[in-house]
Write a protein that binds this ligand. Structure first.
Ligand code: CP
Length: 305
């Protein structure tokens, strides 16, 4: 794939995923390469972000490109009623690639249909976050030495967590066993369970975050309850602290267990876990920079030696 948008992780075949992971390892070894000289990259963030925006912008800087964009849509003409289509058409006049986060599911797909430069989806509502998936896959590969035949336990907000939805699809090429742990209110939507069934992917579902589940896991993928997606904040209050990972819960777990979290965290991982060699979420976020260098180069059809 070259000079193409990345809207959903389904835009990548298994071969694409493996190729991007290989490219990511090159940037991990040497992140500073002048591959984007003369290119302008736009970051349009209609929703808040720390890691995604800053790691994309660092990636562009390390590759010698230039950045335009915004992190607060209230400062743009969309606050005066300008449509997403017109915004994209305008940025098409200025930039070679657009990296966009938007609160509406499907916004990135729509942008890719009206844009004449590649669109990289940096998260659209509760739908997809494909570059997070690529950095999650890279982190899993780096810590486990393989992507095949792993037991991946996903914990927390499986209803609104777009990183969960994307990772589930990304891992589907590698014969995973999924364990889904969520309260009734935040269970994985049926559409993703249907996806598992139709792809013959093994999964188990629990409301209890038990010691047995943690001990069987290769990867514990913790997630934040997504307060911004709730229309009734009383419902959020009921579930916000439903699962909290504590250091003593790691006793007797597999040596290769690694704890991932797309971040930001709120209360779902206690700070004393941070010192555990099994905590990998800060390195995971660092991997995002290398992954995004790879994704940008791939989308622009730039060869990396
Ligand atoms: N993981 C992630 O998307 O973090 P940000 O919301 O800070 O970008």
């Amino acid at each position: 794939m070259s000079n193409k948008s990345l809207v959903s992780i389904t835009d990548y075949t298994k071969d694409d995923i493996l190729r991007i992971l290989e490219l990511t390892s090159k940037f991990d070894a040497n992140p500073n390469r002048r591959l984007l000289e003369g290119k302008v990259c736009a970051t349009l963030f209609f929703e808040p972000s720390t890691r995604t925006r800053l790691s994309f912008e660092t990636a562009v800087n390390r590759l010698g490109g230039r950045i335009i964009g915004f992190s607060d849509a209230a400062t743009t003409s969309s606050s005066k009623g300008e449509s997403l289509k017109d915004t994209i058409k305008m940025v098409n006049n200025y930039a070679d690639i657009i990296i966009m986060r938007h609160h509406l599911e499907g916004a990135a797909r729509y942008a890719s249909e009206v844009s004449n430069v590649p669109i990289i989806n940096a998260g659209d509502g509760a739908n997809q976050h494909p570059t997070q998936t690529m950095l999650d896959l890279y982190s899993i590969y780096k810590t486990q030495g393989t992507l095949e035949n792993l037991t991946i336990t996903m914990v927390g907000d499986l209803k609104y967590g777009r990183t969960v939805h994307s990772l589930l699809i990304g891992m589907s090429h590698f014969n995973p066993t999924f364990i889904f742990v969520a309260p009734e209110e935040l269970k994985l939507p049926d559409t993703y369970k249907d996806f598992c069934n139709s792809h013959k992917i093994k999964y188990e579902e629990y409301t209890d975050f038990s010691a047995d589940v943690i001990k069987r896991s290769d990867i514990l993928y913790m997630t934040r309850v997504q307060r911004e997606r709730f229309t009734d904040l009383m419902e959020y209050e009921k579930v916000k602290n439903v699962y909290i990972l504590k250091k003593n819960m790691l006793e007797g777990t597999k040596d290769n267990l690694r704890i991932l979290h797309p971040l930001p965290r709120v209360n779902e991982i206690q700070q004393d876990v941070d010192d555990s060699p099994k905590a990998y979420y800060f390195e995971q976020a660092k991997n995002g920079m290398f992954t995004r260098e790879a994704v940008i180069c791939d989308a622009l059809g730039i060869k990396v030696e």
